[in-house]
Ligand binder design. Structure first.
Ligand code: SF4
Length: 279
């Protein structure tokens, strides 16, 4: 059933863990969204677009375009606030506040890594990997309206996949030597909560546990003969596939939905650009 599926990502794994049926509809059948993920729908859509645009602004800045120039493109209230927060965040010193013309060595914005995982390729697109001082820091920008709890973030597939994949497939960013887990840290920076980033260091035992879990879930997906609906009906309130499942018409609150249903489009990744270890 999954023969056509080539890649797995943090988003698809999260969907599979949350609801196998959603995984099937989104990644195997590739159905477009028939229902609004959250209410109010228009406002939610605008917030999502602003979030994507904010990522582009930061990326432009991190590849060397001066802050004054990029800042002119922050043309909505949300974008202006997020941009100002980014520029003045204490935890982003050295990134956001580096001098014009400053050294960009060691900054990999919008980097994509991939490694084999069972019969699949595990793929992740990073907002930023910053290498320096013998460390590799993964940054992920979030424009959530609510600051999620660290415990919730800690067990998300994103936190596990991004760190494990950097160990597995990041040697080309480290002079040909794989990073040790202890060299890696992941930082979620919240544009609306700029002084409350979430830090997740990494250790060898966590890496082993994560890679074992990834191998196991990839095997489970490959051999799955059915993709049942989740028993947790609360997950359906934010799911765009409600109408396929007879799980309600009304969408859930937007601020909750954005924590639950974020999906990445990885179908169009250019594999020529992906750094990876050899098979
Ligand atoms: S509506 Fe519920 S059961 Fe259906 S795909 Fe979404 S989360 Fe799964």
């Amino acid at each position: 059933m999954t023969e056509q599926l080539r890649t797995l990502s943090q988003s698809s794994l999260q969907d599979y863990s949350d609801c196998p049926r959603r995984f099937e509809l989104r990644y195997i059948q590739r159905l477009t969204y028939p229902a609004a993920e959250a209410e109010p729908a228009l406002e939610n859509e605008k917030h999502q677009q602003e979030g994507e645009y904010f990522h582009r602004l930061v990326q432009q800045h991190l590849i060397g375009i001066p802050a004054e120039q990029v800042g002119k493109l922050a043309n909505t209230d949300n974008l202006q606030r997020w941009w100002e927060n980014y520029l003045h965040a204490p935890d982003l010193r050295g990134l956001a506040q580096r001098p014009v013309g400053g050294d960009l060595g060691g900054l990999y914005a919008e980097a994509t890594l991939s490694a084999p995982l069972g019969n699949f390729r595990l793929v992740a697109k990073y907002d930023l990997i910053a290498i320096g001082g013998g460390k590799a820091t993964i940054y992920d920008w979030k424009t959530y309206r609510k600051r999620p709890k660290n415990d919730w973030l800690h067990i998300r597939w994103q936190t596990r996949v991004y760190r494990a994949l950097l160990v597995q497939a990041g040697a080309h960013l480290n002079g040909g030597n794989p990073f040790t887990p202890e060299q890696i840290e992941m930082v979620y920076w919240f544009a609306d909560f700029p002084t409350e980033p979430a830090h997740f260091p990494y250790h060898a035992d966590q890496y082993k546990r994560d890679w074992d879990a990834l191998t196991k879930i990839a095997g489970e997906i490959r051999s799955a003969s059915s993709f049942p609906k989740t028993d947790e009906v609360s997950k359906c309130s934010f799911c765009p596939y409600r109408s396929y499942c007879d799980r309600g018409i009304r969408a859930g609150d937007a601020a909750d939905a954005e924590l639950e249903t974020a999906a990445e489009e990885l179908f169009d990744i250019n594999f020529e650009q992906i750094g990876e270890i050899a098979f």
